[in-house]
Write a protein that binds this ligand. Structure first.
Ligand SMILES: NC(=O)c1ccc[n+]([C@@H]2O[C@H](COP(=O)([O-])OP(=O)(O)OC[C@H]3O[C@@H](n4cnc5c(N)ncnc54)[C@H](O)[C@@H]3O)[C@@H](O)[C@H]2O)c1
Length: 255
């Protein structure tokens, strides 16, 4: 990947499964990675793993639903590592619940993390990028936001919202040399997916059925997502903006 060496990248949810894979990949490409997560130990572990293989990383604990706290975290990252060139909005959360069984408190939590959170982080970061006239933003949305996903109505609404936000921000930032793109994982083997499929014999049945439904006959792994993210924030993708790319083994295909 061209042009990532020495770049400063913020990855939210960098302590989680997909986030950690993205952080480690960006560090291998030479970026200085700021691992942001609400889970202090998980963020520190990602930074430790990067450091143990010769990469550069800083960890910061932040709740992305808190606009002021995000602003302080972004300022601290810039003070420690320099101007932020790359933002990966990856932090997310959901519990599987049919819409009729859910309530407004649950909607607020899902919306706060999956839509409000990325807006908070992007607002603080993109203003700085716009002043400098450079930057690359990738948001991890979901195929749930493109084609829906039973038990994930409000989460799907947030992810669909992130797709529309990406396209609009891409238009607004195009003349400032800032690219804004979206990656949509399909089912990926992480704690979120495991909580959906469940445990034991029944869980195995659901997992096997999922694999059968995917044209490439396997569930995605966190490492399947990192490459497209690294590409989209690299110089190789400098003329690509406002795009939405699924990483789903062919489960979803759009014309
Ligand atoms: N696993 C899948 O099948 C799948 C499919 C499509 C999209 N995604 C998306 O991929 C992204 C990563 O998910 P994952 O599967 O690696 O899950 P994960 O639970 O392993 O990681 C999510 C991370 O986000 C962090 N986080 C949650 N709330 C936060 C907050 N308020 N502030 C800061 N950090 C917070 C968590 O601590 C965790 O480290 C999410 O946006 C998710 O919606 C996952």
């Amino acid at each position: 990947m061209e042009g990532l060496a020495g770049k400063v990248a913020i990855v939210t949810g960098g302590g989680g499964a997909i986030g950690r894979a993205i952080c480690r990949r960006l560090a291998r490409e030479g970026a200085v990675v700021a691992v942001l997560d609400i889970d202090e130990a998980a963020a520190a572990e990602t930074a430790r793993l990067i450091g143990s293989t010769g990469g550069r990383a800083v960890a910061r604990t932040v709740d992305i639903t808190d606009y002021a706290a995000v602003g302080a975290a972004v300022a601290a990252v810039e003070a420690a590592a320099g101007p932020v060139d790359i933002l990966v909005n990856n932090a997310g959360w959901d519990r599987f619940l049919n819409f009729v069984d859910s309530d407004p408190a649950f909607w607020d939590k899902v919306i706060g993390i999956n839509l409000g959170g990325p807006l908070n982080v992007t607002h603080h970061v993109v203003k700085r990028m716009a002043e400098r006239g450079r930057g690359a933003i990738v948001s991890i949305a979901s195929d749930a936001g493109r084609v829906g996903s039973s038990g994930e109505s409000v989460y799907s609404a947030c992810k669909g919202g992130m797709i529309a936000f990406t396209k609009t921000l891409a238009r607004e930032m195009a003349t400032r040399s800032i690219t804004v793109n979206c990656v949509c994982p399909g089912p990926t083997d992480t704690p979120i997916l495991r909580s959906f499929v469940g445990e034991g014999e029944q869980g195995k049945k659901v997992y096997d059925a999922l694999q059968r439904a995917i044209p490439m006959k396997r569930v995605g792994q966190p490492e399947d997502i990192e490459g497209i993210v690294a590409f989209l924030v690299s110089r190789d993708a400098g003329f690509i903006t406002g795009q939405v790319i699924s990483v789903s083994g062919g489960l979803t295909m759009h014309g």
